[in-house]
Design a protein around this ligand. Structure first.
Ligand code: SF4
Ligand code: SF4
Length: 423
């Protein structure tokens, strides 16, 4: 099902070319067909029936990183990323979805089995991987079909974040928030959730773990598996409606999950269930990225101002789903600047190169090219930490830094803020 009129949007492109120098895939593969303008031309031809979705077209449409750089600079704000997400649905219908992706999405739909798989993963991961505890990562001992043995992947925590705490944590009652944690932070990067708990404790705000939450659906959305997206989104929306009646807010320390829930759910249901899209818009008033909520709606900034300066230099990477999709970039910097010196990298907006499940598996050579550039940019700052409020960025940048032998370490701003509070 198409949410967008491909032909009309393609016709609205004035061919100015402003999008091309900013395009992530065009940087890695400088060809007009892999550029926003080229994608639009092809999408218009597809809508008119002049382009068949053959393997070549599939390959082209699956190479977009969905970074939204093009939308940001386009004078007509043409929704190229959303159109690519839509055409991937047609691709998935025609070619099916690879077995390993279907299995992954099945686990995302079934929390109980995902918890079980994560537990087994934790027990057996040392058989096939060397664990790098300081990076929450693991390195394969031998090359796998799509994963070379020098690549770092997220390791599994001994217990998921949601299963490590009671459902309600009372801290003094100065407020009541729910945490939507995101799958990577739940199963691997658990220090993010732990940091958030420390921050709310310092603020005397009670925390609700809202344990019935399910994956936001972003990995499936970027792959064209709209059945999984609909299943997960409907579950989350019904649950948010129920819990938000009692809470001040739901906070999300993850740019991609937050953008998916706040922006993409609304677009997704606009043509499927108008009433639900309207309800989601209303719920969004109480759903925030974590640093946005903490900076604008709590006394955290003044609390941090009373804490001592930290000696580490940091640089901040702007996740595409935070700055471009949600306009959030000042808030994490305002909080971090209370205790850390921030040195900006030459282009904090350049996509890290994560790109989604297909790019991380079948097209990793593209992710690597973009990741190497980001690692070089980070290295130039001489920072101890690179920070970004996004675990997809963490996964990609941690590997890029490792490949490039950089000493910088990735931390979510929540982890760095919690560290400053502890001092
Ligand atoms: S979303 Fe990013 S990679 Fe895709 S066309 Fe736009 S700028 Fe290029
Ligand atoms: S910036 Fe917008 S209008 Fe200009 S070429 Fe790119 S997509 Fe077309």
């Amino acid at each position: 099902m198409k949410n967008y009129d491909f032909k009309a949007i393609s016709d609205a492109c004035v061919k100015c070319g402003k999008c091309i120098p900013t395009c992530t895939i065009h940087t890695a593969n400088p060809d007009e067909v892999t550029s926003p303008r080229g994608f639009l031309e092809l999408l218009g031809a597809y809508d008119r029936g002049d382009l068949e979705l053959d393997k070549n077209a599939k390959n082209i449409f699956e190479s977009c990183f969905l970074c939204t750089n093009c939308v940001d600079v386009c004078p007509n704000t043409l929704p190229i990323d959303a159109m690519i997400e839509n055409v991937r649905y047609d691709i998935a219908k025609k070619y099916g979805i690879a077995f390993y992706k279907r299995a992954f999405f099945w686990f995302l739909r079934h929390r109980f089995f995902m918890d079980l798989a994560a537990k087994l993963g934790y027990v057996f991961q040392t058989c096939g991987f060397k664990i790098k505890h300081e990076l929450n990562s693991m390195k394969p001992r031998f090359s796998l079909p799509m994963i070379k043995k020098d690549r770092l992947l997220p390791s599994t925590a001994s217990k998921s974040f949601l299963n490590s705490h009671p459902p309600i944590i009372e801290n003094g009652g100065e407020g009541k928030v729910g945490i939507f944690i995101g799958c990577l932070a739940n199963y691997s990067y658990t220090d993010i959730g732990e940091g958030l708990l420390e921050i709310f404790k310092a603020l005397k705000i009670d925390v609700y773990l809202i344990k019935e939450q399910v994956c936001c659906g972003a990995p499936a959305y970027f792959t064209g598996d709209f059945d999984t997206v609909e299943y997960l989104a409907r579950k989350n929306i019904a649950y948010f409606k129920e819990v938000l009646a009692e809470l001040d807010a739901i906070v999300i320390p993850e740019a991609t999950c937050s953008a998916m829930i706040k922006e993409d759910y609304v677009h997704f249901f606009a043509s499927r269930d108008e009433e639900l899209a309207k309800q989601m818009k209303e719920l969004n008033k109480k759903i925030f990225m974590a640093t946005e909520y903490l900076q604008k709606h709590t006394r955290l900034q003044s609390l941090l101002a009373k804490k001592q300066a930290q000696k580490e230099l940091i640089t901040y990477h702007d996740p595409c789903h935070a700055k471009k999709m949600q306009g959030i970039y000042k808030e994490p910097r305002a909080l971090l600047a209370q205790n850390y010196e921030i040195k900006e990298m030459s282009d904090s907006n350049q996509c890290c190169g994560f790109g989604g499940v297909t790019i991380q598996s079948e097209k990793f050579h593209l992710a690597k090219k973009i990741g190497d550039k980001k690692a070089d940019m980070i290295e130039q700052t001489n920072a101890t930490y690179v920070s970004a409020e996004c675990s997809a960025c963490k996964m990609q940048i941690t590997n890029s830094l490792f490949q490039n032998k950089s000493k910088a370490v990735f931390k979510n701003p929540i982890e760095l803020i919690a560290k400053a509070l502890r001092a």
